[in-house]
Design a binder for this molecule. Structure first.
Ligand code: BT5
Length: 267
């Protein structure tokens, strides 16, 4: 499939003076871009520093899961942010990132993009992007956030591992054409900066509204699994801390902050 080499100077030159991607660390192969960015964050790398890898050998999902990260086709990037907010507001950053990714993917494949709580981006109901945010805190302040984003760009159906073929997809699979990873990542960084500024300067409400518009699970009966615990009920909305608000069958309103959500029956 389409295989362009990353060129970090092209990316940096396009993003000079911008908030995200003004400085890029590129690895042809690494364990996890989140781990690389965490190291860089710990030694003071400034906000907006980005790590990009062509492939990852230990790509991480949430809850110790694996992110399939073969070379030559996809985006694996992690960005260092230093938000001026409390640690309990950090999930808002991941939600904002989901909105930013969905918006840019919509430019390539209009009207087929959805968000699945907390921040999977789906194309034609299959996962095209996963987001993993990690943070370092000290004395109830955020030192930095690492925002890790994996987007399936040009990977073909047969290159997906068989166990995720029914749930995963790529931009190339859905559009039938090859996409420039470089063009996409430049647009992605600009869009992330736009929504991050919106969050920092104007708060969460516009992000939440956009998220709700893109999330088909709202008003539906859902099930959220976290480890061995299952909560089911009607998804009512998104709380300001990024949790999903659920009305259970016992008429209790509960907030779920982590887990895997599925729609039980679309009505
Ligand atoms: C996520 O976890 O969706 C977060 C993935 C974040 C990946 C990026 S890549 C750059 C940065 N560096 C890292 O090391 N990580 C971040 P979760 O919601 O737990 O979903 C993981 C599940 O998604 C797996 O258990 C599979 O079912 C599925 N999966 C794995 N690889 C996939 C892929 N390439 N495309 C779609 N689905 C995948």
């Amino acid at each position: 499939m389409y295989n362009i080499n990353w060129n970090k100077s092209v990316i940096e030159n396009n993003l000079t003076g911008k908030l995200i991607g003004h400085k890029v660390y590129y690895f042809p192969k690494t364990g996890s871009t989140n781990d690389e960015a965490y190291q860089l964050g710990s030694v003071g790398a400034p906000e907006g520093t980005a790590v990009i890898a062509d492939s990852q050998t230990k790509g991480k999902g949430r809850l110790q899961r694996v992110w399939h990260s073969p070379p030559g086709s996809n985006i694996y990037t992690s960005i260092i942010l230093r938000p001026n907010c409390k640690p309990d507001q950090a999930p808002q950053i991941s939600i904002a990132a989901g909105v930013a990714v969905a918006e840019i993917i919509n430019e390539y494949c209009p009207r087929h993009v959805q968000l699945k709580w907390p921040n999977d981006v789906l194309l034609n109901k299959k996962k095209v992007c996963g987001i993993l945010a990690q943070m370092k805190t000290s004395s109830n302040r955020i030192d930095f956030v690492v925002l890790g984003i994996g987007i399936n760009v040009n990977i073909g159906y047969n290159q997906l591992p068989p166990d995720i073929r029914t749930i995963a997809t790529s931009l190339a699979i859905e559009t039938g054409r090859e996409i420039s990873r470089m063009e996409l990542i430049i647009g992605l960084y600009e869009n992330l900066a736009k929504w991050y500024k919106q969050l920092m300067q104007r708060g969460f409400s516009a992000i939440k509204e956009k998220w709700l518009n893109l999330a088909p699970m709202i008003s539906q009966n859902v099930q959220v699994m976290f480890h061995n615990e299952v909560i089911s009920g009607k998804a009512l909305g998104l709380d300001d801390d990024g949790s999903l608000i659920i009305l259970t069958v016992n008429n209790e309103t509960v907030k779920v902050s982590a887990g895997d959500a599925t729609i039980l029956k679309e009505s």
